[in-house]
Design a protein around this ligand. Structure first.
Ligand SMILES: *Cc1c(COP(=O)(O)O)cnc(C)c1O
Length: 360
């Protein structure tokens, strides 16, 4: 299907921020994409309009019961000045699962890329050029019905907003540096049967207590353990977690439904296997990680996600004790993954996986 979204251009374009100090999601572009859903009519009236605050009824159900979902993806500028996306088909797949879990109406499969392309064509000048930068894309859908009944809404809105972005981790525009992570064994993120595998706001509101506590220990974020036993490693903050022990890599499996199926995670696993590194998707006990740190077999810990690509971890704080990983520096596998992934995303490394999709 081919869409033809009408465009209303802003009469007050904003001044573009300095590309060397973008930070993460501090600035938003001049336009946004908006589309409505009404029961009986389906999705309709997709349009590109000036970026502006929304009108929302105080009794709108999303403000009370959080029937919403979001996605996170990026557009990258290539050396020949084209703009491309990274594996958007995976976002579409993940959205479908989230819609199903949240009783929300599916968007047609081709709509996401069409809408993102239409919006980025209007805001193309906002896709930054500097090394380490990209345009973060935030699509989201929420139930917008005036109702206090705990029932799926009959009206929804789909929006896409864009933010030129530097590195997720401050002071890290030119490459990687390591961070400290707090092993969280009191609070949990998601239990089996819950919404852990869906990208929904409720998962994050409930996680803030834990990340605030992590900061008390001078840690950037938390390593979540499983909800049932507080024993097995799951995710790091809003990224997937990888552990390299004795030249093999371990990561939580998607089977339990408690971790978010990251697109970067899938790409990391694919690349590691291609490079001949054994990847174990399954249960890894935090006690085994700590033991490996003590006997010197823990070589690397890193997190993966669209925002930061790869975030190497230099130290885990567990039960009040610091466990430094290797020498606290960026490990070789994390560095190679970052260089390869960000290289493919920005068109500087050949994409022999067919992962990139040009849009402008
Ligand atoms: C978005 C997200 C990830 C990473 O997913 P990517 O598709 O790689 O960006 C991991 N964990 C959580 C909780 C997330 O929200």
């Amino acid at each position: 299907m081919s869409y033809n979204f009408p465009v209303t251009r802003t009469t007050h374009p904003k001044q573009k921020p300095d590309e060397s100090a973008l930070g993460f999601a501090k600035y938003f572009t001049d336009h946004m994409f908006v589309m409505d859903y009404d029961e009986g009519q389906g999705w309709h009236d997709g349009r590109v309009v000036p970026y502006e605050p929304l009108q929302i009824d105080p009794a709108s159900c999303v403000l009370h019961y959080a029937q919403m979902m979001f996605e996170g993806m990026k557009a990258y500028r290539t050396p020949d000045n084209k703009i491309q996306l990274f594996r958007p088909d995976m976002n579409v797949k993940r959205m479908r699962k989230t819609f199903e879990r949240m009783c929300m109406p599916y968007l047609p499969d081709d709509l996401l890329v069409e809408a993102v392309s239409a919006l980025i064509k209007v805001d193309a000048d906002w896709v930054p050029h500097a090394q380490g930068t990209s345009l973060y894309i935030r699509p989201f859908v929420f139930g917008d019905e005036v109702s206090f009944s705990v029932l799926p809404a009959k009206h929804y809105r789909f929006l896409i907003i864009l933010s030129p972005t530097g590195s997720y981790y401050a002071a890290n525009y030119n490459g990687l540096s390591t961070t400290r992570i707090y092993v969280q064994d009191k609070y949990i993120r998601a239990a089996q049967g819950g919404t852990g595998y869906a990208k929904v706001g409720g998962n994050y509101g409930g996680g803030m207590r834990a990340s605030q506590d992590a900061m008390k220990y001078n840690c950037k974020d938390v390593l979540w353990l499983d909800a049932a036993e507080h024993k097995y490693v799951e995710e790091i903050g809003t990224s997937n977690a990888f552990f390299r022990i004795n030249d093999e890599v371990y990561t939580a499996s998607l089977e339990s439904g408690t971790i978010l199926p990251g697109i970067t995670r899938d790409s990391v696993i694919t690349l590691l296997k291609k490079w001949g590194i054994k990847v174990n998707e399954g249960k890894l006990a935090i006690d085994d990680v700590i033991a490996a740190s003590k006997d010197g077999s823990l070589q690397e810990v890193f997190a993966s996600g669209t925002a930061a690509v790869i975030s190497p971890i230099g130290c885990l704080n567990y039960n009040g004790e610091d466990f430094t990983i290797a020498d606290g520096n960026v490990g070789p596998v994390a560095q190679k993954l970052y260089d390869t992934l960000y290289g493919i995303q920005t068109g500087k490394v050949e994409d022999d996986m067919g992962w990139t999709v040009p849009i402008a």
